[in-house]
Design a protein around this ligand. Sequence first.
Ligand code: UD1
Ligand code: MG
Length: 486
Amino acid sequence: MRKREGKAMVDKNLAVIVLAAGEGTRMRSSRPKVLHPIAGLSMLGHVLATARSLEPSVVLTVVRHARDAVAEEISRLLPETVVVDQDEIPGTGRAVEVAIAALPKDYSGDVIVISGDVPMLDAETLTELLRSHRERGSAATVLSAVIGDANGYGRIVRGSDGSFDRIVEQKDAAGPELEITEINSGSYVFRVSALRAELQKIGTKNAQGEKYLTDVIGLLKGDNEPVEAIPVRESWLVAGVNDRAQLAEVGARMNARIIRRHQLAGVTIQDPATTWIDADVVIAEDVEILPGTQLKGATKIDRGAVIGPDTTLVDCEIGEGATVKRTDGTLAVIGKGASVGPWAYLRPNTVLGDEGKIGTFVETKNSTIGYGSKVPHLSYIGDTEVGVQSNIGAGTITANYDGVKKHRTKVGSHVRSGSHNVFAAPVTIGDGAYTGAGTVVRKDVPPGALAISVAPQRNMVGWVAENRPGTAAAEAAAEAEKTDQA
Ligand code: UD1
Ligand code: MG
């Protein structure tokens, strides 16, 4: 979650209640619904971030189902949240009632109520709702939405003059009420005194046997208190997630919003449809992101870097002007102007220096490769330290594992190692050393030495004719001999 910037300006007359006690059975998941991630952050995490950015005096979250897991996520993301346990009395009205009871007795401001499963709702929309609520001096302001398919939602019932009258739940609605397309989004602002007074009066005599928060509106209206329902700018802002199909839909919306934010901040994103960026990824101006790229977790990309196509980076840091092509990386740090891929696999604790290279079909892990050093082709480099300006020959493998323990390889600066080497760790190759092609380096190589481990080549002339007579190889050899003699 992004850190709060600058000094907090707390609104002493604002409390936020997040409802998160429901079960979410339609997810069909062992994971509590509000903990399902969208853009690298749980749905509840998005909602808590929004709640926090409103700078209220307090955030209260109501829990019950999977209580401990949800409470743990809350304390991880926003530890100052007051966690309130709902009792066995069901319903949104009851949830708000127990939350109100946890507020200071003398609290007399406004209360925003939002749901833990509505992750797209942003602070801007809620700030606007609160402003309107306060300007009109309303007792309650409901955020509504006009949607194509109102099925399942509470409906906003208005009088003939268009004024807001009450909310009727789908299961309690009849006849023309079911035709209403303006729905209750489940987000509200209440004056706390009005809410306290009316919540005491509501019961569970309805189709679901629950205490409905929505009944408060009708009661307030009956008491001649001013209530309003204000439609949201765009209905997807209040889209709730109840099943995995909605999880994907809302996830795509969230992604589109994140991508747009980066685009407006100077990032070129060629193909938003195949680019996925987590909420907390940081990208500088003039970065270019090519199709099929996923940037996850705490990934950070510096100015002018080109990422993709077909690249997944998790918790990586990419330096200014670096290029990372067709790569899978986790917890890697790539230096300024460095180049990675195509087809590189960067495992945790890979550190590539400025101007360095990790090339094609190269796997790295727990290794530091210094300034300007290159591992260009077909290598595994693990538990290794490479100095500056060294070149590791094609097909070099660090044998870091003896079957029981891992060992380190040290390669100095300005080293030129031959193709198809094995560095059998623990081993050190000194500064400015060379190794021959096919060398198995089992002993340390002193600085400036040439290491060769392969046996001298012997050519057994006529071996094929003698041992493989009649084969195509023997015939080809005989043919070549004839041509040579001619
Ligand atoms: C609620 C509204 C409905 C609205 C819809 C929008 C009521 C009575 N109805 O209906 O008008 O259109 O949301 O999505 O409020 N929760 C608790 N404790 C409970 C029950 C629910 O904390 O005992 C939480 C849930 O975790 C969820 C939120 O409250 O975050 C809404 O609950 P849900 O059961 O989805 O309410 P709906 O029946 O959809
Ligand atoms: Mg719901």
